[in-house]
Design a protein around this ligand. Structure first.
Ligand code: BGP
Length: 490
């Protein structure tokens, strides 16, 4: 058995990184709208105004000064405002996906296009109409949408005025939003993901420069608990609204190795694996908190507000399938003076056996196979890799070509690892949507030059360019890969 005939080959994007049109069609504000562009070595900043009118900026990993309100300020560049303007180019872009033979397209709905502040009684019809046209366009080509309901874009009003997800009231607002879109797009969408990289709520906090107090941890675990409950409600509603609906969790899948065979390193790696990766999917796949959760809470004196009804809801709202992003692996060690490496949120020590990208992320295709085996063994649910790819510097030649053999090499090795996981290990892998199938704004650095796409978009970091789309060499490679059901990888 190799890739099944109905395997979901495709690509993935997120609304805030590709749509642009940030203040068009009644859309409300989100945090990415006040986030500037950065680089591999300089952070992205969030800009704000103090009550006395003083303006300021803070890194993504710093806490906001008391009284500050996020704001768009003159003199800064906000790459997500325009992004690649998928909002106005979706027809052309979907036609290109269809040309590659996509069976699935992962995209997200921006909550703030549907409920601009999150608190309105009625949804924004213009927002609903936009996504309906996108789904109808996909249907023309028999491309199945895979819709992320939340991809880093809580309406700014909820975040600033309501205390964000640590406030239980946000669950009801999310329920309303989820119910609206599940009802509106019944029949057009069958595959849903609740929260993108939900485990990064913890990992992000862990990476904060300050305020890692017990109160901060309390806030973060309550925040996550409320998301788990909202996710469970969504799964239940999705099944009630349309029994054809399937809902998955979405985990930032970073595989960690112990740097040495020192048992201290192995234990530290296991603890990181539990708190950074497994904690969320254990709740979402099994419907209850894992035994080690208590240890994690005790470490920071966390006492969660969990009701009897929450426990019942979690049980009744287990996801149907497991999805994750996979880019690289890292190493965990208790030893000092080791060389560090970066990665998708979970950083660690440098692995001497692996090569690294320009942004310091390791290449580890076998790690993908290991990850698939670990998690399939744990939950025995169908799996999808919904993000994978190489962020690289591409050169657009005068004749409109882009020779991205490095990307083809990366993808080929990962597809081969998937093939082995299916064929040899018998993992039930049902889909693969590569990240940023069309170039878009990097979430981590806000750059355009960190490109993942099969399709080059002519926009640079100064947000200049024609916006024109070009097929890279990898476009033709992926087309061949899909047409041959993953057999022809040359
Ligand atoms: C994941 C996100 C994506 C995406 C990707 C690549 O964390 O779900 O939104 O951006 O990582 O990261 P980056 O854009 O920083 O290269």
């Amino acid at each position: 058995m190799s890739f099944p005939k109905n395997f979901f080959w495709g690509g993935a994007t997120a609304a805030n990184q590709c749509e642009g049109a940030w203040n068009v069609g009644g859309r409300g504000m989100t945090e990415t709208d006040v986030t500037t562009g950065g680089t591999a070595t300089t952070p992205r900043y969030r800009t704000y105004v103090m009550p006395d009118g003083t303006e300021g900026k803070l890194s993504q990993f710093a806490s906001k000064p008391k009284g500050a309100k996020f704001a768009v300020l003159d003199g800064y560049k906000y790459p997500n405002h325009e992004a690649i303007d998928f909002y106005h180019h979706y027809k052309e872009d979907i036609a290109l996906f269809a040309e590659m033979g996509f069976k699935m397209f992962r995209m997200s709905i921006a909550w703030s296009r549907i409920y601009p502040k999150g608190i309105e009684e009625e949804p924004n019809q213009e927002g609903l109409a936009f996504y309906r046209s996108v789904f109808e366009e996909l249907k023309k080509y028999n491309i199945e949408p895979l819709v992320t309901i939340w991809h880093f874009d809580t309406p700014l009003y909820i975040e600033e005025e309501m205390g964000d997800w640590a406030n239980r009231d946000v669950i009801a607002l999310f329920d309303k939003y989820a119910k609206t879109i599940l009802t509106e797009y019944k029949g057009l969408v069958h595959y849903w993901l609740t929260f993108n990289e939900i485990n990064n709520t913890v990992n992000f906090f862990d990476a904060m420069e300050d305020s890692k107090t017990d109160a901060g941890w309390q806030n973060v675990y309550q925040h996550l608990h409320n998301k788990f409950v909202a996710s469970a409600h969504t799964v239940k509603m999705a099944h009630e609204i349309d029994p054809e609906n399937k809902v998955g969790c979405m985990i930032c899948g970073t595989l960690s190795y112990a740097l040495t065979c020192d048992p201290q390193d192995v234990f530290a790696k296991d603890e990181k694996w539990q708190s950074g990766v497994l904690y969320c999917s254990d709740v979402q796949c099994r419907g209850y908190y894992p035994y080690y959760a208590q240890k994690m809470w005790d470490a920071h004196n966390v006492k969660l507000d969990i009701t009897e009804q929450d426990l019942k809801d979690l049980k009744e709202g287990c996801v149907d399938f497991y999805t994750f992003s996979y880019y690289s692996s890292n190493c965990i060690t208790t030893h000092k003076d080791t060389e560090t490496a970066s990665g998708n949120m979970i950083n660690g020590a440098k692995n001497p056996y692996l090569e690294y990208s320009d942004w310091g992320w390791s290449y580890d295709p076998l790690g993908l196979r290991i990850y698939l085996n670990y998690l399939y063994d744990r939950y025995e649910k169908p799996m999808m890799i919904v993000e994978n790819g190489l962020g690289a510097l591409d050169v657009l030649n005068e004749d409109g070509t882009v020779h991205d053999d490095y990307r083809i090499d990366y993808l080929r090795k990962h597809v081969k690892a998937m093939k082995d996981a299916i064929e040899i290990d018998h993992v039930d892998l049902i889909g693969y949507t590569t990240w940023g199938c069309i170039d878009l704004v990097s979430a981590g650095t806000g750059e355009m030059r960190k490109r993942y796409g099969f399709i080059y978009v002519d926009i640079d970091d100064d947000l200049k360019g024609s916006g024109k789309r070009y097929r890279k060499d990898s476009f033709y490679w992926y087309k061949k890969c899909i047409a041959s059901d993953g057999e022809d990888l040359d």
